[in-house]
Each structure stands twice: as C-alpha cells, then as structure tokens.
Design a protein around this ligand. Structure first.
Ligand SMILES: [Zn+2]
Length: 357
C-alpha cells in the first residue's frame, strides 16, 4: 500500500503559496485578455481609480506605510499609459458636470483620484500626470495641509516602531501602549516583527474605536516616548503645492473633511457640517480654486451624511468597488482601488479593472 500512499511530504506551506500565486496569475492573464473585449458594451461608463501615495522603492516613508496605501512612480506611469490605451482621460468634476447636463460623454473614460493629500503626489505623481497629460483629483484634509502633522495610522506605525526599538516586548506594560493588547490579534514583540502586513492588521483592528479615541491614544503614546509628532520630511501637501497643481488646470482639489474624521450619525450635526461644509470653505479660500467634489474618509457614509454632502457638493467618492455610470448615484461614486502589491503590471491592472477577480 505504501507504493500508492499520497506523498504529503512534498506539500509545504511554501509550495501551496507558490501554487496559489500561479493560479492567480493564470486567472489574471485570462481576465486581462478577455475583459477588455467586452468593454465596448459599457458606453458612457467611467472608471475612477483610487490612489493614495506615490513613493519610490526604498523611500523611508514606506517603512511605516500599509501595503494598500501606495504605488511606485514607475507603476503609476505604467497605469497611465495602459489606461490611455483603453479609456479617455477626464477630470472627474468635468465628467460629472457633463453627465448632469446630459452633455455628450466619452465612450469610455477614466478619472484618477488621490486620497488624503500626500506631498508625494506633488513630488512623484504630478510630473507624470503632466507628462502624460492626464487630469486628476486630489482629496485633501483641509486642517492638515502644510502642518507637518500626520494621520493616526502612520503616527501609530512610527510610534510602535520607536517604542519597540526602545522597550521591545516590555512596551505593552506601559499604560499608554497597553490597549494594543486588547486587539484580537498577535502584536509585535520586536521592531523586526512589525512588518507592513502586521501593521495593516493592527490599524484595521484599531478602527473599531472612534477617531477621537484613537487620536488621543496616539498622542498619549507620543508623549510617553517624547515624540514631537513632526515627521522627518513634510509628508502632506502644502498650500503652495496645491495652488501650483490647481493652477495648471490638470489637477482639481476636492475635500476629504477637515480632520479625516470618519463620518457617522454618532457625530453632532455641528461637527458633520463643519467637517463637510467647513472643509470646502477652507480649501477654496486657501487654494484659490473651486472644490466641488467630496470624498468620504474610510468610505463611511450614512444616508444622513450623504444628504448633507449633497447640499454642499456636486458629487462624492466612496470606496465601493466598481465602475461609475451616468445613471448611478453621483454621491456614492464607485472606485477601483489600486496599489503596488496587486497592480504592479499591465496584466494585473487590466484584471483588476474588470472587477471579475
Ligand atoms: Zn483618506
């Protein structure tokens, strides 16, 4: 019987992972070849791509960044050239206005969006947008522009790395860091264990609590480690950079609230109004351009939130996946999220755009 016994000895987790990668690659290849053949049926459709950061390999800013947050400049360039072969580039606010006015629309269009207002958008993405003549919308967080401050997930990553370097596993016996033990997941006991995937899980696990709680925790952690909160380099856009890009006509600036607050009905009506309408006022007075588009932080939007947004904006982007169309809800624009680890070449980008896998 031994001759016919299955040989489990050769099946290792590594082999399984390699096999899964190979199957995924074959599926991507087949999808990338067939999906575009059907796109002629989607007349009047708009593909909106969602980016965050654009940073080159080895940039120190990637050390505490989640994998889903960035593409490398060469990847963005490849995306722009690939997209132009299949779709017409449009500025999102222009396309929305045309759709609302029943004006003629391109047969198939794509619009680029960047969330959060990272300085690397100016440094690495803007030159590529100019070179390829592709418009984009950057959704900025009005109160963080030009301040040198950061969002809590990046601050958390920096502080964890710093704290682990100083205290290793004893870090969690400090009262300011003890809450991390209550997350339902393994936490790193050394700086080496804090890889991007684990940081991603910690950030997503922390989101069970509201923004005010998380910001207060991060501030307490920073105070304990004596961290001033100033990043080594300016991580977010300045008003000068925003004005330069907006002045080109190629980039439109949209609102992503005042403080990147996740919008829910638990917030007071005053706070919601301030985050939604207040941010537009600040952006328009500092950037010298109109800001007719909004983007929900973390994609969070209730019916009430959408209703307030619709009073103050022409349209709003969600994080729901898929294509947008003329008849779709302009206050819940679907987008395709793209990042380095899943769309690093033409095949994976086209497969991603199909929405099939
Ligand atoms: Zn955001």
């Amino acid at each position: 019987m031994a001759d016919f016994a299955p040989d489990h000895a050769g099946v290792t987790p590594m082999n399984l992972r390699t096999a899964k990668v190979a199957v995924k690659r074959i599926a991507e290849f087949a999808t990338a070849k067939t999906a575009p053949l059907l796109w002629h049926r989607r007349r009047g459709s708009l593909v909106v791509l969602m980016y965050h950061r654009v940073l080159p390999p080895g940039d120190p800013r990637l050390e505490v960044e989640q994998p889903g947050m960035y593409v490398h400049p060469a990847t963005l360039h490849l995306h722009l050239r690939t997209l132009k072969r299949h779709f017409q580039p449009v500025r999102l606010d222009h396309w929305i206005r045309a759709a609302r006015d029943n004006a003629p629309l391109p047969e198939r269009a794509f619009a680029i969006t960047f969330d959060d207002g990272w300085a690397d958008n100016f440094e690495y993405a803007y030159p590529l947008l100019v070179a390829e003549n592709v418009p984009a919308t950057i959704f900025v967080v009005s109160d963080l522009v030009g301040t040198g401050r950061l969002f809590w997930p990046e601050r958390l990553g920096t502080l964890l790395r710093q704290g682990l370097a100083q205290h290793a596993a004893k870090l969690y016996s400090l009262s300011e860091f003890a809450w991390l033990r209550t997350l339902d997941m393994p936490i790193p006991s050394s700086e080496r264990e804090l890889d991007p995937e684990l940081l991603d899980r910690i950030v997503n696990g922390a989101k069970r609590d509201d923004d005010a709680t998380l910001c207060a925790r991060v501030e307490a952690m920073a105070a304990r480690l004596g961290d001033s909160g100033s990043p080594r380099t300016a991580e977010l856009l300045s008003w000068d950079q925003i004005r330069e890009m907006a002045g080109s006509g190629l980039v439109s600036i949209g609102s992503h609230t005042r403080r990147h607050t996740r919008l829910s009905d638990a917030l007071t009506p005053e706070t919601l109004h301030d985050e939604i309408a207040g941010s537009r006022h600040i952006i328009e007075s500092n950037a010298g351009c109109e800001a007719p588009l909004f983007c929900y932080p973390n994609g969070d939007a209730t019916a009430n939130v959408r209703s307030i947004v619709s009073e103050h904006y022409q349209a709003a982007c969600s994080t729901l996946p898929g294509w947008h169309g003329v008849g779709a809800d302009h206050y819940m624009i679907r987008r395709i999220s793209v990042h380095q680890d899943i769309t690093c070449d033409e095949t994976s980008l086209l497969a991603r755009l199909s929405g099939w896998i």
